[in-house]
Design a protein around this ligand. Structure first.
Ligand code: FAD
Length: 386
């Protein structure tokens, strides 16, 4: 992997501006991302800027060429060595349930940013929460959030906990081990009679988070979850990541750990991301991922399915399983060789994916049931859907 040594006072930074800024009081940083490009949608305007350092190795894979997402969080363009406490790297077991429902940690909202374009159905926000280093977590874990207010179903009692996958690495987007990021989609409800959104009924916690402002307090429990922990024993392993919508959250953490941070985990395997969303404007962290494609073409693959813009080979909407099916021989081959496969997103994604995998297995003269049992037994199969 390419590395570029920046001097003690240089870090690429800024959002809505393209400049190189002084980083005070920090040692020299090693960063592994020589060039960056960003686009951002702000108040009806698309703002584009770029900062380039060093050489870019290759262009985008033809699959995604021409697909331009509108947004990306500022954090994506400030890579540096992780400065968080050493204990974050040294622990043998992931932190679990450090804060419980009866005594949550009170964190502070650091930023809330809409990260989808105007034509995306619904709104998704990137939210950074300051936990002051008190609620450490590992990539792939979740926090629970207790939204303020009374539980509408149990008067007099507080609202119940909602889980959110953490979209940052253990060091957070600021690399100091003090924050956790979420990728939250506002939950809205549709009136079955009118077929329109019901403004009176909104998801409590997702709307609380997306409406929150820097400085607002937030009740955190956790961390929790072991299903999507990134197995790091073999740095040359293959990781096939399948996401729909906000299911991208844990993979953003994985990929930042693999490609953006300089930590003890020296990844030199293959990370292959399949991302399914409705349309181009709904793509999440697309520029961040395209940067990895340019910089680490041997270690990262990125394939997207835009259900409302692309068609599958049968003329229907192109879903994430259709995109996977295009590479089914390669995928099965990699699974046979020990690749890990992860699924994260809405629960409804799994039946279509399972049907496709079964169909492919049968076309190869294999039993999907036997294969799936073996993948589970070997701990290669990781599913977290909600
Ligand atoms: P609401 O409609 O207020 O609540 C939605 C759900 O919360 C209900 O279906 C119910 O299950 C539960 N609930 C609501 N009220 C009660 C009650 N009184 N008692 C008990 N349960 C109740 N969403 C994201 O946007 N991004 C993520 O990264 C993400 N990660 C997740 C990870 C995991 C492991 C899980 C399980 C879920 C994840 N979710 C994620 C979904 C998230 O937890 C919420 O369900 C979603 O945001 C909607 O919550 P809401 O409060 O806005 O909606």
């Amino acid at each position: 992997m390419a590395t570029v040594q920046l001097n003690a006072h240089t870090v690429v930074t800024g959002f809505g501006s393209s400049h190189v800024e002084t980083l005070r009081g920090k040692d020299a940083v090693t960063q592994r991302m020589p060039s960056f490009e960003a686009r951002r949608f702000m108040g009806g305007k698309t703002l584009q800027w770029s900062v380039k350092r060093g050489e870019s190795k290759v262009g985008l894979r033809s699959e995604n060429r021409g697909v331009k997402a509108y947004t990306k969080p500022a954090s994506a363009v400030t890579p540096q060595v992780a400065t968080g406490p050493k204990s974050l790297e040294a622990a043998k077991e992931p932190p679990m349930h450090l804060f419980k429902n009866k005594e949550p940690f009170i964190g502070t909202i650091k930023s809330v940013e809409r990260i989808v374009g105007p034509k995306a159905p619904g709104e998704t926000c990137h939210i950074v929460i300051d936990h002051e280093g008190n609620v450490p977590y590992w990539e792939g874990q979740s926090y629970g959030i207790i939204p303020p207010g009374e539980n509408p179903k149990k008067p007099g009692q507080p609202n119940s906990v909602r889980l959110y996958s953490i979209a940052s690495t253990r060091y957070g987007d600021d690399f100091d081990g003090r924050t956790a990021s979420f990728c939250v989609r506002r939950a809205v409800y549709w009136d079955p009679e009118t077929g329109k959104e019901d403004p009176a009924k909104k998801g409590i916690c997702s709307n609380f988070l997306c409406d929150s402002k820097p400085g607002d307090k937030v009740q955190i429990v956790g961390p929790s979850g072991k299903v999507l922990l990134l197995p790091e024993e073999d740095p040359s392993a293959t990781h096939i990541m399948v996401a729909t919508g906000t299911g991208i959250a844990p993979y953003r953490g994985y990929l930042r750990r693999m490609f953006m941070e300089d930590t003890e985990f020296k990844f030199n395997g293959l990370a292959w991301l399949f991302m399914g969303v409705a349309n181009t404007d709904s793509l999440l962290y697309h520029d961040e991922f395209n940067t990895y494609l340019k910089e680490y073409p041997d270690n990262f693959r990125y394939d997207i399915a835009l259900s409302r813009e692309q068609k599958n080979s049968r003329g229907g909407k192109l879903y994430v399983q259709d995109k996977m099916e295009e590479y089914s021989e390669e995928l099965f081959d990699k699974l046979d060789k020990g690749a890990h496969i992860y699924f994260c997103g809405l629960r409804g994604m799994m039946p279509g994916i399972q049907d496709m995998l079964k169909r492919v297995a049968e076309s190869r003269g294999e039993s999907w049931e036997t294969k799936l049992a073996a993948l589970k037994k070997n701990k290669q199969w990781h599913v977290e859907v909600y």
